[in-house]
Write a protein that binds this ligand. Structure first.
Ligand SMILES: N[C@@H](CCC(=O)N[C@@H](CS)C(=O)NCC(=O)O)C(=O)O
Length: 220
């Protein structure tokens, strides 16, 4: 399906380029071949969010999204809208069980992987030391156990397929890729990934995609 308002309307994404959820939306747009604008909004800025941002996202998170006057927040809703509103290969499988699998992996990424891989492992092991802030070692140990569990569960669900939910790229891949890009920067995270050869091969496949390179993922 093409956009109801035609291809000329250029979507806007509100957020920061390093945010996992902003990256998921931008990767989805890139994979659909849709140009967009990124409007800087940083929830972690010392001055806080602009008061007017509450009209776009009452929960104060990023990303928010607008396409030709249609405003949306929540990454799951935004990515499914982009998938359906624009032409290009569909990013959810047509077959009912493959689609259920993709949605299951998206939910694992949201509910378990994001906190463990990004905040628990990457932030504690890479970002805090880089900023001269002491790591919370107990949090890191707990997060590594959770990250191990997440990657094992996802590797099992992949069942040897090239992409997380089967033979084609799906939103499940675009959800997990920004999280894996962070966790692999921690030496222990890279080891966890290497322990699952199918998942490591998936990451190599994803890292070669122009959409990831455009956003500066997998650069280091
Ligand atoms: N449920 C939201 C989650 C988005 C989210 O957690 N974004 C993070 C940045 S990656 C954020 O805005 N954090 C700011 C905060 O926690 O105050 C979605 O799916 O879009």
């Amino acid at each position: 399906m093409t956009a109801p308002d035609g291809p000329a309307a250029r979507p806007c994404v509100f957020g920061t380029p390093d945010s996992v959820y902003v990256r998921i939306v931008r990767l989805t747009l890139a994979e659909k071949g849709v140009d967009h604008d990124l409007v800087p909004v940083d929830p972690f800025a010392p001055e806080g969010l602009p008061p007017s941002y509450g009209e776009r996202h009452p929960f104060g998170r990023i990303p928010a999204f607008e396409h030709d006057g249609f405003r949306l927040y929540e990454t799951g809703a935004i990515t499914r809208y982009v998938d359906e509103a624009f032409a290009g290969a569909p990013l959810l499988p047509a077959e009912v069980r493959a689609r259920a699998r993709a949605n299951q992996i998206i939910s694992i990424a949201d509910s378990y992987a994001y906190r463990a891989l990004v905040w628990g492992v990457y932030v504690e092991r890479v970002e805090k030391p880089a900023q001269g802030v002491p790591s919370d070692e107990a949090r890191l140990v707990g997060a590594l156990a959770e990250a191990r569990q997440c990657l094992a569960a996802i590797a099992a669900l992949m069942a040897g397929a090239p992409y997380l939910a089967g033979n084609e790229l799906s939103l499940a891949d675009l959800y997990l890729a920004p999280m894996v890009d962070y966790v692999r920067q921690a030496p222990e995270g890279a080891e966890l990934l290497a322990a699952h050869p199918g998942l490591a091969a998936w990451w190599a496949r994803m890292a070669a995609r122009p959409s990831l390179n455009q956003l500066g993922l997998c650069a280091a």
